[in-house]
Write a protein that binds this ligand. Sequence first.
Ligand SMILES: [Zn+2]
Length: 464
Amino acid sequence: MSAMRKIATVVGSSGIGKSKLAVELCKALSGQVINADALQVYKGLDIITNKMPLNEREGIKHHLMDFLETEEEYQVTSFLKDASQKVATIHIESISEEKQLPVVVGGTNYYIQSLLWNNTTIGKQENREASPDEIDSNFPEFDQLETPELYQRLSKVDPVMANKWHPSDRRKILRSLRVFYQTGKPQSEIIKSQRDHYETHGLDPRYKALVFWIYSDPQKLNPRLDARVDQMIETGLFDEIKDLRNQVVQGHVKLPKGFELEKYQRGLWQAIGYKEFDAYFFALEEGNKDPAELEKIKVECTDRMKAATRRYAKSQIKWIKNKLLPTALNAKNNDVIVYCLDAGDLETWDTNVREKAVEIAKLFLMDLPLPDPASLSETASQMLAQLNPVLDTQTKILTWNKHTCETCKTDKGEPLVLNGDQEWEQHKKGRHHRKYLKHLRVEEKRKAYLESKKKEQEEQTTIE
Ligand SMILES: [Zn+2]
């Protein structure tokens, strides 16, 4: 294949208007929506999963939405396969008809990430690395050895890694040692080659992509999120929760062992609102609460759902700032470009969000020069400048070192070793370290005082 396929994605926190912009883009550019929301892939339960109502989709095709049964599991690998197929199909259709743009939209960030970039950062022949489980179970003879012995062995074969780990951190020492025997290469070298590859090539983009990041200041967004929760309750959220609860109670959903513990982390049960209203539905099902008490529980649960929604929105923005932006900017070939659109004021949506996105997408489809992302608005230039330095995991591991505190001792009287700069900084600020330093200073002053007293006395005796 010659030129890379083009896609647009719309990202941003929940409740910001992603689905709306996706539909607007598709209308203007005869595109089709590919859903990247892990919960909207399920059939029904439209309210709790925040599906865009049919009448607002304006006849635009929505793929990967509403097609799974409640009890089915869907994973990022399934998404990657399905979404890539949809992108290909839309592009093939657009050869015979007019040019079509696949618009990928949804709040499940790791779905989007998996679609935008190949995560394999190392070359094919080096890529025959063992899986983590495999590494952990190989070379059982190491389990017989004491930690100091393991540490010594690691120091010989991979001194760089040995220098990173605390001498008593058996798990990490064992793992580094096993990686060496498994691959025949020191783990530090493997990490370094991954890092070098990442630095020269960035992650390999799968597509030529425009990313529209719709952003609003949290102070403006939070009241909108609260209002949306209230609206969800008014339009039938409780019926859907009841439905989900009944499926569990009646055994329509086969629950794996240990489900009680993890019941909120699976499929549709992860939807914000289900777990937050647990107490309320429990009280309802018990059936003997008085109405005032019940109302109080309901209000508490509503507040819980609002708080969870805000937390979720915050985490989504964090992902964009810490993961998406650095990765996009780190890629040298500029294949993924992120534009920040200011949706702080809903009244200016058309000019600040819709029109700008449509214009950029048109240029993108025609292969014309695109505007500088920072030039779009004050907010855009601020948000895009606030970048955290690109510090990927590999670099973090390679640059971190142990520190030995000169003043503090362990319970056994050994020097205290801190693992990494962060731990060391924390230790220096810690109560124990400061207290001990103070104690040392007092001790020094006391000694100096005694010393000077002694001198004074000596001087006096000589005078006498
Ligand atoms: Zn200390």
